[in-house]
Design a protein around this ligand. Structure first.
Ligand code: FNR
Length: 406
C-alpha cells in the first residue's frame, strides 16, 4: 500500500501515476512534501490503530479526541485548524449554544421520521457530508471509505475537487450512493468543462461551486508546520483516465477572477443543479437567486478562510429570509449534536453537512467510523425531534427557537 506524507494546497490535487495503483488501495501520490518528520509518524499511527483497544464512542467529540491521538500533529493541525486566530471556527460551535429550544409536549411521538428530500432526492436524515479534501490523510482507503459509509447511511456525500481517490474509484465502490461534486473553478475553462462533463457522466447529481476560496485563508498552523502550499506539489490528473490530451489540472489553479457573470457559462455546459457553497450574506443570497442557482450552502468553510466572519448558524436567518423559499438553503460549520441539526432546520436549513466529524470518524475507524458518526448524529437528531414534539422534519419550525438572553 502506498502511504505518504502528503502535502496539500487548496489549489492542487495529487495522485499516483497510472499504474501506481495497488489492488484494493486508493491512488495516492508517493512524493512527500508533508514535512519529513511526519513520514514515520504515519507508520506509528498505523500501529497505534492496531494496538488501541476498542473504546465506546457515544458522541462526535469522542471521535475528535481519538482522532487527535491517532493522527500525526501536522495532519491533525491541517484538519482541525482554522484561519487567523480561529475565532470563527470556535464561534461556529459557540453560536449554536446561545440558542435555546422550546419543546412542545403531549403530542404522539411514538413514531418519528427523520427522512427528507434535497434537490428532489430522498435521504434518510437531513445530515450529509461536506466536501473535504485528501481523505487518504485520515485513512488509507480515503474517499472510497467515506462513499461506502454515506451509501450505507443513505445520505448525500459531496466529493471534493481535491479527493485523493479518483472519481471513478469513488463511484465504483459505492455505485448507489447519492453524490454531489464540489468544484473549485479553475483558471482553465476547458478543464472545468471536462471535469463537469465527467462528473455528470459518472452520475453525480449536483454541482457545488465553492465561492469562498479566491485565495487560501491564513492558516497559521500549516505555516508553523511548514506545510508548503505552493511548492513540491504533485497533482492528481483530474482528467478522465480515458482522456489522453487536453488541459491538465497540474498547470492550473483556482480562478480568483471568477465572478457572478461566469455562472451563466457554467450553467450553459451542465444540466446539473448548481449550488453555491460559502454564501454568508443576504446580498449574495439575493444574487444567487437572481442568477438562477438551485441552492445555497451557508458556510464559512469551517472557519478556515476569513476569520471573524459570522458563525454559519448566525448567517442562516438572513440568507433564508433573502431567498424567500425560492431555492433550498443548507448549512455547514460547527454541527456536532442532534440539537445543532434541529436548530439549523428550525431556522430554515433544509439539511446540514458535516466537515471535520467525518474526518474524525475516518481517522478512528475508516468506513465504520464514518458510519458511526452519521448514526450517532442521526440518533441524536431523532431524540431531539422526539423531545421537542416533532414527528417529521416538516413539523420543525421557528417556534422551536428561543435566542438566549444571556
Ligand atoms: C474543508 N472544506 C472544504 N470545502 C470545500 O468546498 N472543498 C474542500 O476541498 C474542502 N476541504 C476541506 C478540508 C478540511 C480538512 C476541512 C476541515 C474543511 C470545508 C468544509 O467543506 C466545510 O465547509 C467545513 O468543514 C464545515 O465545518 P465543520 O463541520 O468542519 O465544523
Amino acid at each position: 500500500m502506498l502511504r505518504s506524507g502528503l502535502l496539500l494546497g487548496h489549489f492542487w490535487e495529487f495522485g499516483a501515476e497510472e499504474g501506481d495503483e495497488v489492488a484494493g488501495t486508493p491512488r495516492i501520490m508517493t512524493t512527500a512534501s508533508w514535512p519529513q518528520v511526519e513520514e514515520n509518524t504515519d507508520m506509528a499511527t498505523a500501529s497505534k490503530r492496531q494496538k488501541t483497544p476498542e473504546m465506546p464512542f457515544v458522541c462526535l467529540t469522542d471521535f475528535q479526541a481519538q482522532a487527535r491521538e491517532r493522527l500525526s500533529k501536522t495532519t491533525w493541525d491541517y484538519i482541525e485548524g482554522g484561519a487567523g486566530e480561529g475565532f470563527t471556527k470556535e464561534d461556529n460551535i459557540a453560536a449554536f449554544k446561545k440558542i435555546r429550544l422550546r419543546p412542545r409536549y403531549l403530542k404522539d411521538v411514538s413514531e418519528v421520521d427523520t427522512r427528507t428530500i434535497i434537490q428532489g432526492e430522498k435521504i434518510s436524515a437531513p445530515i450529509c457530508i461536506s466536501p473535504t479534501g485528501f481523505h487518504c490523510l485520515a485513512w488509507p482507503d480515503g474517499e472510497m471509505s467515506t462513499a461506502r459509509a454515506a451509501q450505507a447511511a443513505d445520505i448525500c456525500y459531496i466529493t471534493s475537487t481535491y479527493a485523493s481517490c479518483t472519481l471513478e474509484d469513488i463511484v465504483a465502490t459505492a455505485p448507489r450512493g447519492l453524490r454531489w461534486f464540489q468544484l473549485y473553478v479553475q483558471r482553465d475553462r476547458q478543464l472545468n468543462k471536462q471535469l463537469i462533463q465527467r462528473v455528470e457522466s459518472l452520475g453525480f447529481k449536483a454541482l457545488v461551486i465553492t465561492v469562498d476560496v479566491p485565495i487560501t485563508g491564513n492558516r497559521r498552523h500549516d505555516i508553523r508546520n511548514q506545510v508548503d502550499l505552493k511548492t513540491n506539489l504533485l497533482l492528481k490528473d483530474l482528467r478522465s483516465p480515458k482522456e489522453s490530451s487536453g488541459p491538465c489540472l497540474q498547470m492550473s489553479s483556482i480562478d480568483p477572477s471568477n465572478c457572478w457573470d461566469d455562472l451563466s457559462w457554467l450553467q450553459s455546459i451542465t444540466q446539473l443543479p448548481i449550488i453555491l457553497k460559502g454564501i454568508l450574506t443576504k446580498e449574495d443570497a439575493e444574487l444567487a437567486v437572481k442568477h438562477n442557482v438551485q441552492g445555497i450552502i451557508v458556510s464559512n468553510h469551517g472557519g478556515r478562510q476569513l476569520d471573524e466572519v459570522l458563525a454559519s448558524i448566525d448567517a442562516l436567518t438572513e440568507v433564508v429570509a433573502a431567498v424567500k423559499g425560492k431555492i433550498e438553503v443548507y448549512l455547514d460549520g460547527g454541527i456536532r449534536t442532534g440539537n445543532d441539526v434541529l436548530k439549523s432546520l428550525a431556522l430554515g436549513a433544509k439539511c446540514v453537512f458535516l466537515g471535520r466529524p467525518i474526518l474524525w470518524g475516518l481517522a478512528c475507524k475508516g468506513e465504520r467510523g464514518v458510519e458511526e458518526v452519521l448514526n450517532i448524529l442521526k440518533n441524536e437528531f431523532h431524540t431531539s425531534m422526539t423531545l421537542t414534539g416533532c414527528r417529521s422534519v416538516a413539523e420543525i419550525n421557528r417556534d422551536l427557537i428561543q435566542f438566549s438572553r444571556l
